[in-house]
Design a binder for this molecule. Structure first.
Ligand code: SAM
Length: 259
């Protein structure tokens, strides 16, 4: 694909396979085309590896964290479960919101919690809000251990950010969906992989081997969930779609979708 930005004529020319489309540069459509390339380029350059939350590295696109904050504020869960801890920044992010809201605690699962990361999380001021579990997120023992952290009737939101292969995410969706409360979310991170097949660090198999495909498979069998990104609580923007690493990642349990 060839993108040509002309700030003089205020156009963006999008040329796929010799069929150029000329867009007005200052439109949502041009913003989407340019954002897509910005996301792909930023992924290659590890743009999302440059942020911390309350001192801990958090490997997320800031746009996704803001949207997640909106969802957490709206749902106000009692328990936030996240698979994929890494340096712990996302757990600290959730914990900081729990503290601010005066409600909620966090359960983090990782197959390998590095010693220095565990120490930093356990010594953090927000550590009392966090329980760490080590093991594969799809192992029955870990799923049972997570389930044991949730008391009857508690409101639960789950974020899946561990191994992003289609099969692993599909198994995680099946394992953790029963915990998710009506009206709350089951988030599968990093569906963006489907758009990264031709980026230097990407892989052509990601076209089909990615979290968004796992979500589509899951939805076929689970009508109690719907694809539903959080509705914007404030929106004077002319950009209808989010810039995100989590396309097709927000599953909401329908309010009448009993657990
Ligand atoms: C993308 S990082 C998580 C980033 C973190 N959520 C954040 O926002 O900073 C992915 C993590 O998943 C973990 N992981 C990989 N396979 C896993 C599995 N089968 N079960 C649990 N964790 C796994 C890795 O060890 C790694 O720490």
């Amino acid at each position: 694909m060839k993108l040509t930005i002309d700030t003089t004529s205020r156009t963006l020319t999008v040329d796929t396979a010799g069929a150029p489309r000329i867009l007005d540069l200052y439109t949502a459509e041009a913003f989407e085309a340019l954002s897509r390339e910005w996301v792909r380029l930023g992924w290659q350059l590890k743009y999302s590896y440059g942020f911390t939350w309350f001192g801990r590295p958090v490997i997320q696109l800031p746009e996704d964290l803001i949207r997640l904050q909106e969802a957490l504020y709206a749902v106000a869960p009692d328990v936030i479960v996240e698979t994929g801890v890494a340096h712990g920044g996302s757990l600290i992010f959730h914990a900081s919101l729990c503290k601010a809201l005066g409600r909620g605690r966090v359960v983090g699962v990782d197959i390998d919690i590095r010693k220095h990361n565990r120490a930093a999380i356990e010594q953090h001021a927000l550590a009392p809000f966090i329980t760490l579990l080590e093991g594969s997120s799809t192992s029955p023992a870990i799923v049972d251990a997570v389930r044991a952290q949730v008391r009857h009737g508690e409101r639960v939101l789950v974020i899946l950010d561990s191994n992003h292969s289609r099969d692993h995410v599909r198994a995680e969706l099946e394992a953790y969906a029963p915990l998710v409360s009506p009206g709350s979310y089951l988030v599968a991170a990093d569906g963006i992989m489907r758009d990264l097949t031709d980026v230097p660090g990407g892989h052509r198999d990601w076209r089909w081997d990615n979290p968004a495909v796992a979500v589509a498979d899951f939805l076929q069998a689970h009508p109690e969930f719907e694809l539903s990104p959080p509705r914007r609580g404030f929106d004077e923007s002319s950009t209808p779609n989010d810039v995100t690493y989590w396309p097709d990642g927000w599953l909401r349990r329908r309010p009448d979708g009993a657990r």
